[in-house]
Design a protein around this ligand. Sequence first.
Ligand code: FAD
Length: 469
Amino acid sequence: MTHSLFITQLADIFAAHQIKTNDAARPYHTDERNRYHLAPLAVVLPHSTAQISRLITLCAAQNPPVAVIAQGGNTGLVGGCAVLPDCPSILLNLSQLNRVIEIDPLNQTATVDAGVTLQALHDALKPYQLIFPLTLASQNAATIGGNLATNAGGTQVLRYGSMRDLCLGLEVVLADGSVWDGLNTLRKNNTGYDLKHVFIGAEGTLGVITRAVLKLFPAPLHRTCALVACNDLKSILDTFRTIKSQFDQQLTAFEYISANAFDLVCTQFDITPPLEPAPEYALIELASSLPLNNDAFEAALDALSHANVLQNAAIAHNEQQSTQFWRIRELISAAQKKLGKNIKHDISLPISSINAFCSATYAALQQAYPMIEPTVFGHIGDGNLHFNVSRGGAFADADGLMACEPQINATVYRFVAQFHGSISAEHGIGLLKRDLLPTVKSDVELRLMRDIKQQFDPQNIMNPHKILP
Ligand SMILES: Cc1cc2nc3c(=O)[nH]c(=O)nc-3n(C[C@H](O)[C@H](O)[C@H](O)COP(=O)(O)OP(=O)(O)OC[C@H]3O[C@@H](n4cnc5c(N)ncnc54)[C@H](O)[C@@H]3O)c2cc1C
């Protein structure tokens, strides 16, 4: 069967405006980091689970079968939606499957289509004084389906957990076109294997998530935020330990910003720095539905200053100031993008090893590439660093930097292994880190993963050749 006949058959399932090819398809098959560009046979934008089921049935019936690559907001950073050569594929963009179906204030759950953006869900919850706590700088475009498929983390994991912790149920279209209705709304339901966890974090390789039931929480009515500066990373970690032990559940975010990252944002976005220059910064947020003890927070920061742990601190006195502080943190990726291509490492480490890891890795990178400029930031309260490398004085242009990517990656990942960390904290494996997987998983673990893939997708049509080599 030719692909032109297959495209014609798509018209039996989708209206003309739901099928994009050629130039109209291009924005969908260019990834966020501008690394992958190959075109699929077509991009389709379904309106219903039934259309997705018919599409997958059609793809599975081709000889050879056509691959199905699910896509949400296309904000993923590891090439999870990349089309591969010699692998005829349909890019299944779920952005039109975007209804908030039910908000249950008493059960504190929301049932939503997979294509609802994270921001749209946040907005829909405002009248209910409830929140869905996942918060990402990409939330205007990133979708709930993409968040689930990547087990997204973000800035509030410290208090609320990652996507896996925030999901109660799923609806999934499987590789044979059948639909699994697992839209569980119960918090307690021990009835055998919890299948939703197979699909969460599977990056579309086992099925297409079409709907989800998510946990909601009371909106914090009280919030305070501080930007602090330290002389070294150890002091940032000491500050984290002190604030966490004193404020525990009220601590909703503790974000680390290195001076390189801080300065880059201020320069690229013309922001007047709110603090005197320092080698390291952190953004701390406390939030609660009960009144916060602001005096205790101020006293804790004062005590840290007197002990010379903090060099400087600014507490936001109003919502506007708090937004200004958060803006610096949220614009780091955009500032790096403005500077050109950069090398990203989304890694996690035991919090107690972060300081030693950074010292060892900086030293090794600096020896190989004098004047290299790591632009490091991240959710340090979860042990998650975005250990990125932008072009600095060592490289005249971004291409020069990218030519050294394999060696820089090897150095960073060598120290990640030495300090018992993970090569992917929250972005996933996708295509970018696929070939590293066998270096970090045991043979037994890889075999179990392959068995799961074979069981759920025997024809290898669901986002093939991602995650597993
Ligand atoms: C500026 C910026 C900041 C970011 N910050 C964070 C952060 O703090 N934390 C974090 O975790 N990530 C972050 N990311 C990464 C990204 O936004 C997340 O991975 C997000 O969850 C991806 O959602 P998406 O809808 O864009 O998915 P896409 O990019 O469209 O897809 C990602 C993967 O999920 C699969 N997929 C998508 N939808 C479905 C579905 N319905 N069913 C099955 N599989 C599906 C795709 O096949 C692909 O493998 C950031 C990205 C940017 C650009």
